[in-house]
Design a protein around this ligand. Structure first.
Ligand code: ZN
Length: 152
């Protein structure tokens, strides 16, 4: 646990941000935790903590009710259903993947692509048998892994 980004009220901000891989749970864009503060302190990019279940409806400060959001996005949402705001801002009702889910998906996807490439570039050996192309599998798998890290 890092205490670089710490909120008196919510504790470890990086822990909360990891739920959505450091992205605003409403617009899916990255947030800069150094800009944490009350809404508007650093303009629209101010980082705030949003309650999935709004406090006025009884939402508490438990970690599973807390998400990172830009001040602007948080204000836009107000106490409305987060899914409608996500659809408007990010084109999906889902929140960004968590660190854990993303890592599983990235590794799993890379392995799948690698295996597919190994079969696609299979060669025929002297006995006329198809041989899985390990080099192609590794290259394709690692490239896919690198791409998913860059792009998402
Ligand atoms: Zn946002």
């Amino acid at each position: 646990m890092s205490d670089d980004y710490w909120s008196e009220r919510y504790g470890d901000l990086e822990g909360i941000a990891s739920t959505t891989r450091g992205r605003c749970h409403l617009c899916h864009e990255n947030v800069v935790l150094a800009l944490y503060g009350r809404t508007g302190l650093f303009g629209g990019d101010t980082v705030t903590v949003d309650h999935l279940e709004p406090q006025v409806f009884g939402g508490d400060d438990d970690a599973d009710n807390l998400r990172i959001a830009h001040g602007n996005c948080n204000s836009l949402r107000g106490v409305k259903d987060p899914e409608a705001i996500r659809l408007a801002l990010a084109g999906t009702t889902d929140e960004p993947l968590s660190d854990t889910a993303f890592n599983l998906l990235s590794v799993g996807g890379s392995v799948a692509v690698g295996v597919a490439a190994g079969h696609a570039f299979a060669s025929t050996n002297q006995r006329g048998e198809r041989e899985f192309n390990q080099a192609a599998a590794w290259v394709a798998g690692l490239l896919t892994f690198a791409f998913t890290r860059e792009l998402y």
